[in-house]
Design a protein around this ligand. Structure first.
Ligand code: SF4
Length: 190
């Protein structure tokens, strides 16, 4: 029997590519846990798109709490950090911690995340945090850098074919504000 793996999912386009890949070697279960996402309607949209992917592939999808105030409290000291800075490391760790804890308590063989598919996420940091949490919760972490071998490009093509919503900011209120600033500058330039 293939080993089981609990896969943290942050959005549908990333899930579509990575879950297909992992399914070849693992019994996959998705876990949507993203209290970072702002605003609430964006959270709902990303969750609904992920449900669509889970139903069509198919795979089981577990849904974590949307505890946005917990996430804000843990990251507010780092709100001025740029994207890929310290705030992002904490954000990765919060989501991976919950995934590792759940995977361990529910008896999975491995846990991982789809996040390394994104060119804006640091695979080395994700893998370091994953290894640390694996030790803490006594469960193996599947290390990855899914963006390699044109992974990101392939995932964009796949999600376009599938007609999935693809967000234009990472997820939190700070990345949302940055995206709004960029949009305004572009508009002002005409
Ligand atoms: S930019 Fe993305 S990874 Fe960084 S804190 Fe915000 S949601 Fe998390």
């Amino acid at each position: 029997m293939k080993p089981s793996i609990l896969v943290h999912i942050c959005c549908a386009p990333d899930a579509l590519y990575v879950m297909k890949l992992l399914k070849e070697r693992y019994r996959v279960t998705g876990y949507f846990y993203n209290p970072n996402i702002y605003p609430g309607k964006e959270y709902q949209l990303r969750l609904e798109e992920t449900r669509k992917v889970a139903q069509s592939m198919p795979f089981d999808l577990l849904e974590g709490d949307y505890d946005a105030s917990f996430w804000l409290a843990k990251t507010k000291r780092f709100k001025k950090e740029p994207e890929k800075g310290l705030r992002c490391d904490i954000c990765y760790a919060l989501r991976l911690d919950r995934t590792a804890r759940r995977a361990s308590s529910e008896g999975y063989d491995y846990f991982t995340t789809v996040m390394s598919l994104s060119p804006w996420k640091k695979a080395a940091v994700l893998n370091r945090i994953g290894r640390m949490l694996g030790n803490k919760y006594k469960i193996s972490f599947f290390e990855s850098d899914f963006k390699k071998k044109d992974g990101f490009k392939k995932s964009v093509e796949l999600s376009l074919r599938f007609g999935l919503y693809r967000q234009n900011y990472c997820g939190c209120i700070y990345s949302f504000q940055e995206m709004e600033k960029r949009r305004k500058v572009k508009k002002d330039r005409g």
